[in-house]
Design a protein around this ligand. Sequence first.
Ligand SMILES: Nc1ncnc2c1ncn2[C@@H]1O[C@H](COP(=O)(O)OP(=O)(O)OP(=O)(O)O)[C@@H](O)[C@H]1O
Ligand SMILES: [Mg+2]
Length: 278
Amino acid sequence: MDVIRVEKLKKRYGKVKAVDGISFAVKEGQIFSLLGPNGAGKTTTVEILEGLRKRDEGHVEVLSEDPEKFSAEARRRIAVVFQETALFDNLTVMEILKFFKRTYGGDADLMKVLEELGLSEKRKTLVRHLSGGQKRRLALATILTHDPKLIFLDEPTTGLDPAARRRVWEILLRLKDEGKTIFLTTHYMEEAQFLSDAVCIMDRGKIVEMGPPEEIIKRSNLKSVVKAKVGGKEMILETDRPEKAVKDLIEKGAEEISIRKPNLEDVFLHLTGRELRD
Ligand SMILES: Nc1ncnc2c1ncn2[C@@H]1O[C@H](COP(=O)(O)OP(=O)(O)OP(=O)(O)O)[C@@H](O)[C@H]1O
Ligand SMILES: [Mg+2]
């Protein structure tokens, strides 16, 4: 079943075509990642799906409803982590979690939620006294206070330290195991490749590639890079058949041989280029 369906979606701001006719679907229980350079149109798309921005054109269905007219029930089943979450600065961490739990009718053990995101010792701290990464973790904790069916996360791990990022990955995979659908944006291609059942790469409001990460990598026809030392000299070669290259290199007495297969980041840069976006 499709939890999200988007057809020919368009949104412009004055002359800027922020979203320029995109179509995709997200199946129930998937982790789906929307990728793209700065300004590609990701947040605009996510916020249209969340019912926070109006579209100009196109058809959008989220949990079988039009986000512009979400029922109270649909709103209750959707959890959101914004790119920049404005939480109430003068509430404590625990008060924020209690607020979300009550609002969404959740039954989570809040001490456990705090522990999971490493915020136990901060439970009485005012939000405005949290560090950037701690605020981010608190935003993530809010979705664990209740039982959403669909979760939107706009750059959930930006600004998190490596251990916290990995913890978030574990949490997202667990939520997926519980049958929830997760819609993510991220600039970390390793994260997208590791987590996603499907990714959609956008650039300048348009979709440039879409599918399971491994399929996209295969389709890109990018080559593997083999590095080795031959007679004390470093050599680098690009090849479709890295195993054969390694065999040949071993026969030539090469040392320190390594293979790097193309990854999602290579494909992303290949498709979207290396120019900075304005
Ligand atoms: N409220 C707005 N008013 C005018 N222009 C906007 C508005 N929101 C977004 N834009 C423009 O629309 C384009 C897409 O912005 P959006 O925030 O969707 O990009 P993004 O893919 O989320 O980028 P990032 O990776 O930097 O978060 C950009 O050119 C941006 O300047
Ligand atoms: Mg954004």
